[in-house]
Unconditional design. Structure first.
Length: 71
């Protein structure tokens, strides 16, 4: 995620690492750092991730546990 403002582009300090294979997605890591902590950036990232899941028609999302995706 890049932050683009009137002050320019800020270096990425928020990341999500995903592994996708055969309609299964594993969330390996979500990282929010520095001044972005507790400011809603994690929620923005999760909303975007849910849109990606829908567009890619992912059927199962997991991390430590796998959860079926329902509409």
């Amino acid at each position: 995620m890049k932050i683009i403002s009137k002050d320019g582009v800020k270096a990425p300090g928020s990341n999500v690492l995903l592994h996708v294979e055969n309609k299964h997605m594993d969330i390996a890591d979500i990282k929010i750092e520095g001044e972005r902590v507790n400011r809603g950036y994690g929620s923005i990232m999760m909303e975007s991730l849910m849109k990606l899941i829908h567009v890619m028609q992912v059927k199962v999302v997991g991390g430590q546990e796998h959860v079926p995706v329902t509409d």
